[in-house]
Design a protein around this ligand. Structure first.
Ligand code: SF4
Length: 369
């Protein structure tokens, strides 16, 4: 039997769901409102929609989606920089497929490609290194996005480029770190969070201990969750009693993947190649120590060093509420453009572009909401 089948068992799921509902009702009675819980990871946002759990729990929990979609949190200025870069005749821009359709001030990378710019989709950072080898007369710039999960693979790709003595491979790092964003959200009284469902993938890299600060500093409970229905329900079974008892703890409800201290090798390669810096997040603004930039000794591979292009601050697409949605202040259907002018085929903002974006997930699974 495949392992995931165990976590999709219908009868068991229905039993646990009933228990979660009962706990949520009890917590709601105590709080005088539904408990507000944020799922921080885009994969959880999709899983909650795909499995129908978001709609099944809607009367019991106020589930908010957070800034866990890497495409969505990439700042407009980063996209504008890549658009300017794509116009350089000697440059090939390489990035993940979802980034191509995200609108910037001067269009999208997809449009730039249609107009003749060299923009290539890569399924892994290593492919960008291969591209650099096959375009020796061009400079390949890889736009690295994502969190602690994707950054190690980008760091390894850079090491490979160094080993291969490639001078035409550069990196534009728009990588983000999850714990500083959680600090910002945990301390925001407007959000009024009662707890977090923490991202299983990022936790696999960082370990449970990286999130203990939520309990110690912000007095908030949290549960690390996997992505199958019983994983999520199991995390809620752990989280809701904590909310009921007003007890702040960080529970690892995904122990088959997440350890206390995480993946040491991945952490080591991140420390070797990158250092934290203040990064600009779409919707959340500049958060101290929340991004990864190349260390000083790797500046020869830094795109901004070789191409110091000036990018002006860019306003969000007119009418788009991605900022408020990424912060958990709004839900996608509250955006007046949702499902009307903005659909996955005609996205106005990044939250509708990415498969992990909240708006795309709500749209795709709207019959389940
Ligand atoms: Fe932006 Fe579209 Fe989402 Fe509205 S529905 S917030 S326009 S991405």
């Amino acid at each position: 039997m495949k392992l995931w089948v165990l976590y999709r068992q219908r009868e068991l799921g229905e039993n646990v769901l009933a228990k979660v509902k009962a706990l949520a009702r009890e917590a709601a009675d105590k709080l005088g409102r539904r408990p507000v819980i944020m799922e921080v990871c885009g994969t959880h946002t999709v899983a909650l929609g795909r499995t129908g759990l978001r709609s099944l729990l809607a009367d019991y929990l106020d589930l908010r989606s957070g800034p866990g979609c890497p495409v969505c949190v990439t700042a407009p200025e980063d996209i504008d920089y890549m658009l300017l870069l794509a116009r350089q005749p000697d440059v090939v821009v390489a990035t993940f497929g979802d980034m191509l359709r995200v609108p910037g001030s001067y269009g999208s990378l997809e449009q730039a490609r249609a107009e003749g710019s060299q923009v290539q989709v890569c399924y892994s950072p290593r492919e960008a290194v291969e591209l650099a080898k096959s375009y020796p007369d061009k400079t390949v710039v890889f736009l690295g996005i994502g969190f602690e999960t994707t950054a190690p693979a980008v760091a390894l790709a850079l090491k490979e480029a160094i080993t291969e003595k490639l001078k035409n491979f550069l990196l534009y790092s728009a990588h983000k770190l999850v714990p500083p964003a959680l600090s910002l959200l945990a301390s925001d009284p407007e959000l009024g969070l009662d707890g977090f469902i923490l991202p299983g993938h990022v936790s696999a890299i960082l370990g449970r201990q990286a999130f203990i600060f939520l309990a110690e500093k912000y007095n908030l409970p949290a549960a690390i969750a996997g992505f199958e229905p019983l994983d999520i329900l199991g995390a809620l079974m752990e989280l809701l009693p904590l909310i009921l008892r007003r007890e702040a703890q960080v529970i690892n409800a995904y122990p088959r993947v997440v350890t206390e201290t995480g993946n040491q090798k991945a952490q080591k390669i991140l420390e070797e190649i990158f250092s934290p810096h203040s990064a600009n997040w779409r919707g959340l603004g500049i958060i101290p120590e929340s991004g990864l930039k190349l260390k000083a000794c790797y500046q020869d591979f830094e795109a901004r060093e070789r191409y110091p292009l000036e990018v002006r601050p860019s306003p969000p697409p007119a009418g788009c509420r991605c900022g408020a949605i990424l912060k958990g202040l709004s839900l996608p259907p509250e955006c007046p453009l949702f499902g009307r002018r903005c659909t996955p085929l005609t996205p106005v903002g990044p939250c509708m572009v990415s498969s992990e974006g909240s708006c795309a997930a709500y749209y795709r699974y709207s019959q389940n909401i």
